[in-house]
Design a protein around this ligand. Structure first.
Ligand SMILES: [Zn+2]
Length: 229
């Protein structure tokens, strides 16, 4: 807790003579760095999750696994273990970095769609960020032919009439809407080769062809325009 009030600075004094941080500030800074030093990434030996404060027990098993497995029979594999096919392992290096999927790219190659997503773009005169609400559909859709096109997605964008003219409004969700054909293609080919649930899918080459090389697809989604706020 900071107990000191900020010192009053005398504008007539020579500021360059005074240290930027007083003793108390130094103490806070050092205490902060000491605490940060103690924070380490942990790893659960059962589910392989890596994160902070996993509350590992003596066997280095995280609290989520301990809870999930507490009533298991001895011959049943642990719930989040590789034996139960719940550990996909590390993301292959050819799918990381610039090949990390954006939100819409992820949706274009997902087999199961069970949400209707509504995004509201805020008007330009407000500083709010846009809203996202997900509604669970009664029946999920399962696709055997992928990728989808942006216009197939159950995303509705509610936006003010001036949206197209206003770069600030367009920025609110833009990075989520970026689609790159070569990234979608690489993921789809990888999944088809390595993922049990994707082995039998048909690659929709016509859809893949129709995706942009690298563009924002916000105008291809379902759009509901409202009067400007
Ligand atoms: Zn775990």
């Amino acid at each position: 807790m900071l107990e000191e009030t900020n010192p009053v600075i005398d504008p007539t004094s020579d500021l360059s003579e005074q240290p930027a941080l007083n003793e108390q500030d130094w103490a806070y800074l050092q205490a902060f760095h000491e605490r940060m030093e103690k924070e380490h990434m942990e790893q659960c030996t059962r589910c392989n999750k890596k994160w902070y404060n996993l509350a590992l027990n003596q066997d280095h098993v995280c609290y989520v696994c301990v809870k999930a497995d507490k009533d298991l029979d001895t011959d049943t594999p642990f719930q989040f273990s590789a034996n139960n096919e719940m550990d996909p392992g590390p993301v292959p290096t050819q799918l990381t970095g610039e090949y990390a999927l954006t939100q819409v790219e992820e949706m274009l190659i997902a087999r199961v769609h069970c949400f209707m997503e509504v995004r509201q773009v805020r008007g330009s005169q407000f500083r709010y960020r846009g809203h996202v609400v997900n509604f669970l559909n009664n029946t999920g859709k399962v696709y055997d032919r992928l990728p989808l096109l942006p216009s197939d997605l159950d995303i509705i964008i509610i936006r003010p009439a001036g949206y197209k003219r206003d770069p600030k409004m367009r920025k609110q969700f833009r990075k989520d809407f970026r689609v790159r054909k070569h990234v979608v293609r690489r993921w789809l080919e990888h999944l088809k080769q390595h993922h049990e649930g994707y082995r039998t899918i048909d690659v929709a080459w016509d859809n893949l062809d129709a995706l942009p090389d690298d563009a924002f697809v916000d105008n291809e989604l379902i759009i509901h325009e409202i009067a400007d706020e």
